[in-house]
Write a protein that binds this ligand. Structure first.
Ligand SMILES: [Cu+2]
Length: 181
């Protein structure tokens, strides 16, 4: 006699709801409030970054450049308002994020086409690399285990002088500090 046949219908319904929530998390779908979530897993934190053109000097910059996030799962959204850039030398491989993919306008990619990639969000200490095409919205999830201060930077040659000129390497533009606390 199988125990499964004795499961009340409401338990099966609850299991389906939990599975649905799990799928939503795995697919990177927009998350609603924590209420109604699974009690065993804390709701992920959210971080919103925007890449804008500085109105004074015309250089692209991440805003904010310095920010604090908690340990655990952090869903990051990058709104890139810069122009697309054809970065032919880009390997464009997504690394160090949950499931190994980022979502470009909600489509998952493990490797992005290099044709439009304008910037990257790269944290070598975490083995993390995410690509940001111009005029796009990118979403990915970090699973942060350890607290600390982590330098992030952009690897794309987005400067006025390719990979050597500003804003590359200028704090507050294409590099900054992510504090995990
Ligand atoms: Cu850049």
């Amino acid at each position: 006699m199988s125990e499964g046949h004795n499961l009340p219908v409401w338990i099966l319904g609850a299991l389906l709801v939990v599975a649905g929530v799990g799928f939503g998390l795995a697919a990177g779908l927009p998350l609603t409030s924590a209420s109604g979530g699974t009690p065993s897993a804390a709701a992920p934190a959210h971080l919103e970054l925007t890449i804008v053109i500085n109105p004074v000097n015309g250089m692209p910059q991440y805003s904010p450049a310095n920010f604090t996030v908690p340990t655990g799962l952090v869903v990051v959204t990058i709104h890139d308002t810069d122009s697309p850039m054809n970065w032919s030398g880009c390997l464009c491989q997504v690394r160090g994020v949950v499931h190994g993919v980022e979502y470009l306008n909600q489509t998952p990619y493990a490797i992005l086409p290099s044709a439009n990639v304008a910037h990257t969000f790269t944290i070598p200490a975490l083995g993390l690399n995410v690509l940001s095409p111009g005029q796009s919205t990118v979403t990915f999830t970090m699973d942060l285990v350890n607290p600390g201060a982590f330098t992030w930077f952009c690897m794309a040659p987005c400067g006025s002088d390719g990979s050597s000129g500003a804003p590359m390497g200028v704090p507050g533009y294409m590099t900054g500090t992510m504090t995990v606390a």
